[in-house]
Design a protein around this ligand. Structure first.
Ligand SMILES: [Zn+2]
Ligand SMILES: [Zn+2]
Length: 285
């Protein structure tokens, strides 16, 4: 299903103007050359290697569990997974977080355009870049792979990809779930199954983004439920932006309660720690 078909399905605006817009978009999608979503290089469909390597926070040392950038003053950690103080004091139910980059330009602009400019065409390049990151960012033993599902006696069930669901109100307003579109591309690139309704919200609405981390944790406790048992599976959860981590913590709680063996987050943009932010507005997390 193409982006246009998907949009049409979830946002059935049948006015003549909407139909004309869809027709025009289809025409330009078909005839305009694909280009890098950052620099506009017309020879690249998606994200060119130069732009991908220059993403903000690309080379930053991070907590292996929550993806938080380590303070610049901190010496390089010893070999092995290094966890931040928060993850050591109160370990989340997820075991790793793969991050494409910091929530700063150009990722900030791309995520904003994807969510609020409703440009769903930005999701596939971000999902494919995240799939590449997933391949290299995790230690060998922790890397989920389609080959895990190769079958045979005693073989573990393979990993499954899902996304943080939007609230019904936001989905109705936006017409698509940006995280699910990113997850769809990631799953396709890694040849993994997509469980697009694996997580469900248990109640309407989402907590205000102005809440602090502890308040968001409380407000989001029990906010998600898994729609089916996940015995011994690894679940890859995709979200666009991770700030406090409260949403992904609540999602991982639900998946582990349903039996998931491991939960790995894949996020496009991680908000840098407060001391590294440059007076950026807080994003919901
Ligand atoms: Zn580029
Ligand atoms: Zn951490």
């Amino acid at each position: 299903m193409t982006v246009m078909e998907f949009r049409a399905r979830v946002s059935p605006d049948d006015s003549p103007a909407a139909a004309l817009r869809r027709t025009c978009a289809r025409f330009f999608d078909a005839w305009l050359p694909a280009a890098c979503i950052v620099c506009g290089n017309a020879h690249i469909d998606g994200l060119c290697p130069e732009c991908e390597n220059a993403l903000p926070g690309r080379a930053t040392m991070r907590c292996a569990r929550c993806g938080l950038a380590s303070p610049a003053s901190q010496p390089s950690p010893a070999p092995g997974p290094a966890h931040c103080a928060a993850c050591q004091a109160d370990p989340p139910a997820f075991s790793a977080t793969v991050v494409l980059g910091d929530y700063a330009p150009p990722l900030e602009r791309l995520v904003q355009a994807l969510k609020f400019g409703r440009d769903a065409a930005l999701a596939p390049p971000l999902g494919r870049a995240l799939a590449r990151r997933l391949e290299t960012a995790l230690p060998d033993g922790a890397r989920p792979d389609a080959s895990d599902a190769s079958g045979g006696p005693g073989a573990l069930p393979g990993p499954i990809v899902t996304a943080i669901p939007l609230s019904v109100i936001r989905l109705a307003g936006r017409g698509f779930n940006q995280s699910l579109e990113i997850a769809r591309a990631l799953a396709r690139a890694r040849r993994l199954p997509l469980g697009h309704r694996l997580l469900a919200r248990t109640r309407a609405g989402t907590p205000a983004s102005t809440l602090h981390a502890g308040e968001r944790r409380l407000a989001l406790a029990g906010a998600f439920a898994a729609s089916r048992p996940l015995a011994a599976r690894t679940v890859i959860v995709v979200d666009d932006v991770m700030t406090t981590g409260a949403t992904l913590r609540a999602a991982a709680d639900a998946l582990r309660a349903a039996g998931a063996a491991h939960v790995i987050n894949c996020v496009v943009a991680r908000t840098p720690p407060p001391d590294a932010r440059h007076d950026r507005p807080r994003r919901p997390g």
